[in-house]
Each structure stands twice: as C-alpha cells, then as structure tokens.
Design a protein around this ligand. Sequence first.
Ligand code: AMP
Ligand code: MG
Length: 520
Amino acid sequence: MLAFNFDNCFVNELPGDPEEGARRRQVHGACWSPVLPTPVAAPSLLAWSPEVAALLDLSSEDVVSAEFAEVFTGNHQLPGMRAYAACYGGHQFGHWAGQLGDGRAINLGEVVNRAGQRWDLQLKGAGPTPYARRADGRAVLRSSIREFLCSEAMHHLGVPTTRALSLTATGEPVLRDMMYDGNPRHEPGAVVCRVAPSFIRFGNFEIPSSRGDHELLARLVDFTIRRDFPDIIGDDVEEKRARWFATVCERTARMVAHWMRVGFVHGVMNTDNMSILGLTIDYGPYGWIDNYDPDWTPNTTDEENRRYRFGQQASIAHWNLSRLAEALAPLSTTLEPLQAGLERFIQVYNGDNRQMMAAKFGFATLRDGDTELIAEAFSLLQAAEVDMTLFFRALALIDLDAPNLEPLREAFYREDLMRRHETAFLSWLERYAARARAEGELAESRRGRMNAVNPRYVLRNYLAQEAINLAEQGDLSRVHELLEVMRKPYDEQPEYARYAAKRPDWARNQPGCSMLSCSS
Ligand code: AMP
Ligand code: MG
C-alpha cells in the first residue's frame, strides 16, 4: 500500500475556486481549481527515477506495484491527496496572453518526506482542467520521454530543475499534428509525474495583478515567501518582499548561467514557464547545442524571430523578471527594491558567467586578456561549426607544452571548415596553452577540474529521438539506458562512449533532432 504524509499548504492556505471539474472558464479570486485526473484505459509504468523515488521514501517494490501505475497515471487517489490545477497567466513570446493555468498538469498534493522535506507531486498529461482552453489535457509519449529524461539529466548535470518521478503510459491514443502541417496522427499517450518543492511560476503572480486583485496577489506573495523561502524572515513585510524578489532574481541568474555552461536551450521562456524557485521547468521544444551557435533555437514556432535562442537566454530571463517586477509593483510603496532586484540579476549573472567561463577553460579566475581569448574561441567554434560539448572535453586533453589540433579533430562537423580554420585554431591554441601554463597546475588536476564543469554526456536531441523511436515500437530499453548514462554525465563511462558522439549527419535536419514544434 502506498502512503504519503500529505501537508497541502497551497490549497489549505490560499483561496480556491468554488466550482469543481474541468468546465473551461476564467477563474477570478482564486489561486487554484479543484479537479481530478481523468482515468485512462490501461496505466503502465514505463520508466522511473530511483533518486526521486528515494526523495519520496518509495522503495522499488512500491514503484513497480500495480497501485503505483494507477496512482501516478491519475486513475486512483490516495488518502490525503487534494487534486487541483493552478491558475496562472503569462507573457508568451513577448505578449501578455491573459489566463493560462495548468491546462493538463494536475497537482496531487505536497508530500513531507521522512527527512522533513516538502515535495509537490504533479501529473502532466492527466486530463483536462478549467485551464485546458480548447486542448485535450493529454500529453504524447515522445514529449513525455523528453521531459522525463531531461529533468533527470539536468539534475545530474548540477542544473536547478524540477524532477521526474515516473513515466507511465495511459494505454490511450492522443491525436496530434506534430509539425502543424495538416497531418494529424494518433500517438501513444503518457503521463509524467513531476516533483519539485514548488510549481509556482512568475505567471501565478501576473494573473491576479493583471486583474487588479492586489489582495490575492499579496496573499500569494506572502505565502510563497513563507513556504518556499523559509530563510527570509522578519517583521517588516515590505522588506521581506524586497529580499524575496532579489532572491528570485539571483536564482534565475544562476539557473541561466548553468544553461549556458552545459549548452541547454529552453526554447519557450514564456513567463508562465519560469519557476519562482529558479528551477528549469516545462521541458517542451528544448534542445542542446551541438555545433556551437548562439543564434540557434530548437523551437520551430520561434524560427523567425529567434526570441529564445541560446545566446539570448540571459536577456530574456531579465525581461521576464521585469514583467514579474511590474506585476509586484502595486504592492510596493516605491519601485526602488524591484529595481535593485533586477540589478542583482545582472550582477549575479555576470559574476557567475565569468566564473563559469574561467572554469570551462581551466582557469582559476579570469585575468587581463582572458575575455578576448575566450570570445575568440567562441567565434572560431561558431565559424568552424565545432561541437561545444566535445570541444571542452578535448580542451582538457591538450598538451600545454606541445599544443596541436589532434584532440580537437572529432569535435568538427565539417572537414572543409576544419581545414579553412586550421591556422586560426592553431594560433589560438598556442596563446591558450601559454595562458593555461601560467596556472601552474599539473595536467591531471587541470583535467579533473575542467571535466567537472564540462560534461561528457548531454541529452543530445538525436539521442532522445532515437530513444523515442524505439519506445514508440514498444522498446523502452534505450530510455532506461539513457537515464543510466545521464546519471553520471561528467564521468568517462567508456562503455557508453557512443552516447557522447556528435550529432550524426542523418539528424541534422530531422524533426525531433534539430527542430521541434510545441506540439506535445
Ligand atoms: P506550454 O507552451 O506547454 O508551456 O503551454 C502553455 C499553456 O497551454 C499552458 O497553460 C498549458 O497547460 C496549456 N496546454 C498545453 N498543451 C495542452 C494540452 N494538450 N491540453 C491542455 N492544455 C495544454
Ligand atoms: Mg508551460
């Protein structure tokens, strides 16, 4: 029998919608609406994360039980669960979109584990809610595999993220037009159970503010500080709110600096997809940088403007925080603390980014001239189409006393571009080696430090797509194997070397590998 210790603060302390069920509607004066998952035909467990199960005090017997699949696909509720969908709004692609809300995510409740930690459980794809608008509340297997694997991969890379407990099949088909080209097909349905200390987004604050409901806004802010930021204490409410906003800015900055370190492109940084805890949330058309290109976005919906491209993620995070600041402004007597928070974002991001760049290149800190040296490296990587992940691992192998291109060769995608840029690379490498020698560090310790920040394994788009293709044929082995590899992304793991390989040619322009739509 599964049993959890539920302590459902969110629904207990914040006003809810009096109406139950999934009738589509605008919800005013409430932070959530009670709604149950819609039962499905044949729940079955496809994959699960042992680390997340442990956070919830679940044994492997618990997870493989029939009851688990029923509960975590949404067919059955445990005592103490209070299922609800949250009301939030958001700025999508730069424009205010009004009420959005959990359209297909249903929160089951907040579990307090044996260690006293609080974990919110949420099913994604569990059926429609009042916020489903015209959509079906469901999720397909391919996008659920991507969310499941990437949440865990990001965690093991050391990037703040929501987690994933389980991936289950619903046994029901879902109709999707994957490329939005008038060719809908039935795909297998799935549910991911996401786990995080809180699923509150910037958009949860934007919606009451946009409606002039400052009382609800204040309640939600003070609730969030109390539940999710327990370090922020004191008697002065305005002062606490100011510190809280600065903390949100700081965490968001740290998160984006990590994305830049590992080559992650979120793809849909709308304010409804920004976690108040600074966690990476909502894995949709995300992607990983193969050949280094700051202008790249995996999201086909964003192909034209490239608003959410790799190199623009920090400015977009700042823009999103500015929208949050605007939403919070009615609660402050002066704008100064909000401006200070936004300033804090810039400081923390710049500081983290410098430190992160130094570490990636194997320097203790950045010295005079390093910024130029690093900028030159990135422009070479871009011009010569060099794989970002392979490049940084190879850089740790360079013999600083006799630098040559040999270790870098496999990081190039194109012979012709390699030859064209060979001289420039060599010249850069010589200057780099001289600078790195000045660190006065032994080769082995230098390699160890660089390899601790430069992953060997990332969830490359083509790897996820291969796992999806097999899973759609009923073979989950690749999903399991990728989960296993991504648990130790900084280790060599020679037995899994094939998963460190650069994107193969066939994947260059394949849907799912190089570009993704929002269809999920
Ligand atoms: P996203 O772009 O995935 O962040 O989603 C934007 C909004 O659309 C959110 O409010 C989602 O809950 C909602 N949404 C996306 N897909 C579905 C779906 N299949 N059914 C219901 N709501 C959805
Ligand atoms: Mg979303």
